[in-house]
Design a protein around this ligand. Structure first.
Ligand code: HEM
Length: 511
């Protein structure tokens, strides 16, 4: 369904709470952009050493970089500087979280299907660019926390066979720690924000051209959007911006984030217990912790599998996630446009794959905190690592199977409710002496929601592999009894008439 810019004002916009994630991500970026521009003025992107002489007594006399010195000055000497820094940091975390949720929503509802496969790639690109911006940003203060995460990045780069050392020298401008800020600063304040703005613009243009996908409901079809007017949607969106601004302000004013004065200056020779990566990159760190220290010799060179394996696995995970819409499209061979979203329970295999992915990510994520968990709960660190290793192998397949079974049960129950109505628990005696349970019929929207979806597309391919995979993907689709708008309304009419007749005979209570 191609749309033109001219009909924008007269168009209907779907009204669903989960459509807010993308908007919140964009508004957090606006907050990040404005606060970032303010921080640019006092921040000094230089690793030249200075002796700290500011108001924070515990660090007075300590030699540190100008970058850390200026960030401390922003925090303690600039009016509202700490507030601006904290708002910048909190809003950037909100942005990462919202883009993740947006991607998950698109995945679980099939919002990535034709004609929105390009939009999916754009959102995925946004996700990567935002992670890059957040990682380069946390390195800018040059405190011990950022130094530790840079040491991990250096190790990962150096483990890449043949080109690793050169890559590390390029990133760090010589031997680690080198002058990483020379590269990271322009990346953080010019390149990545420009990429993010570009991707948001492309995402917006695509959304306007294609129109948003909507959940099934009465009157909603592949070509007809039912929802609020453009004016109402715009006012609500403006309200959402105020809300995002308010939440960022509140968090920035009340919740401490990244207290660099407690960590002190970065030093490649120092590390501190309990230090970990930012939560959104923790899964990579978890991967490093769970792989045994394997090494192999190839052509006289030692390859460190302990790093190569988790990095390859995590990259593969992200690539598969990004390409999933294309894989599903190829497997199903369905070339039609899909403007109606799916309820996750109606696509058990895709939902199962999604939950398996979340389980994989979650286990790696938890493993990144293994040392803290072991310390807090007085557990053996080695035993904990073995448990996580086992969970990483059995967890994702178990999650897939379990989720599929849960989805099938939910579908069966939903269809039962759609056809028979909700059980009220009231037993009514019939004139002929029999007993029936009173079922309350559903409102049309709920009935649509439960049973108004279309059946899984039939696979028609030449390749045996495609057919097999398609059957696997379509497995456990409970066929809805009503698959078109007309049939749904006929069912509603029939059940309405039957309810009225039963009430007339006194078999059902009057509403
Ligand atoms: C035009 C856009 C941006 C500008 C001009 C900018 C500027 C800056 C500057 C100067 C700093 C160092 C000062 C400090 O650490 O307090 C900084 C830190 C940071 N930036 Fe940005 N930034 C921008 C965009 C972003 C984006 C898109 C993200 C992530 C989504 C981000 C995340 C961060 C983080 C996490 C820090 C560390 C904050 C801290 O010290 O606690 N920034 N930024």
């Amino acid at each position: 369904m191609q749309r033109s810019w001219k009909d924008l004002r007269g168009r209907a916009f779907p009204d669903q709470w989960s459509l807010m994630f993308g908007q919140i991500a964009f508004y957090s970026f606006v907050v990040v952009l404005v606060t970032g521009l303010i921080l640019m003025v006092p921040y000094d992107a230089s690793l030249d050493p200075v002796v700290y002489d500011g108001p924070y007594a515990p660090l007075r006399g300590v030699t540190m970089s100008k970058a850390l010195d200026s960030t401390l000055a922003i925090s303690f000497e600039m009016r509202a500087g700490l507030l601006v820094r904290q708002i910048h940091h909190w809003a950037s975390l909100l942005m990462v979280a919202m883009i993740m949720l947006h991607l998950l929503r698109l995945f679980f509802t099939g919002g990535f299907r034709r004609p929105r496969r390009l939009s999916w790639l754009v959102v995925f690109g946004l996700f990567l660019a935002t992670l890059g911006a957040a990682q380069t940003g946390t390195s800018l203060p040059d405190d011990m926390l950022s130094g530790s995460s840079l040491a991990v990045i250096d190790g990962v780069l150096k483990s890449i066979p043949f080109v690793g050392t050169y890559l590390s020298m390029f990133v760090f401008g010589g031997d680690f720690p080198g002058d990483v800020i020379k590269l990271f600063y322009p990346l953080h304040v010019y390149v990545l924000p420009a990429v993010i703005v570009g991707l948001f613009v492309v995402a917006g243009v695509l959304a306007i051209k294609r129109g948003p996908a909507q959940y099934p409901g009465p009157g909603r079809t592949n070509d007809n959007v039912v929802g609020q007017s453009a004016a109402v949607a715009a006012v609500k969106s403006a309200g959402l911006f105020c809300f995002v601004l308010g939440v960022s302000l509140l968090l920035g004013a009340t919740a401490t984030i990244n207290p660099i004065w407690l960590y002190g200056p970065a030093d490649p020779a120092d590390a501190s217990a309990g230090i970990g990566p930012a939560w959104y990159l923790a899964f990579l760190d978890g991967g490093l912790r769970l792989t045994p220290g394997w090494e192999v010799d190839v052509w006289g060179r030692t390859l460190t599998l302990a790093i190569l394996l988790p990095v390859t696995l995590c990259t593969l995970f992200l690539v598969l996630f990004a390409l999933y819409p294309f894989i599903e499209d190829w497997v199903l061979g369905d070339r039609s446009d899909q403007n109606l979203l799916e309820h996750p329970r109606n696509n058990p295999t895709r939902t199962g794959i999604g939950v398996a992915g979340i389980t994989f990510y979650g286990i790696l994520w938890a493993a990144a905190g293994a040392d803290t968990i072991a310390l807090k709960f007085n557990l053996s660190f080695n035993a904990l690592i073995h448990v996580f290793q086992l969970l990483l192998i059995v967890g994702p397949p178990a999650a897939l199977l379990l989720t599929r079974r849960i989805c099938v049960s939910l579908q069966t129950r939903a269809l039962d409710e759609a056809v028979h109505g909700i059980e009220t628990g009231r037993i009514v005696r019939l004139p002929d002496g029999g007993y029936v349970e009173d079922h309350r019929s559903l409102d049309p929207y709920k009935r649509w929601n439960l049973a108004g979806y279309t059946e899984a597309p039939a696979a028609s391919h030449a390749h045996r592999l495609q057919t097999r995979l398609a059957n696997l993907l379509n497995l456990d689709h409970v066929t809805p009894p009503v698959s078109s708008k007309a049939e749904v309304s006929r069912t509603e009419e029939r059940s309405g008439r039957a309810d009225r007749a039963a009430r007339g005979r006194g078999e059902l209570p009057r509403p």
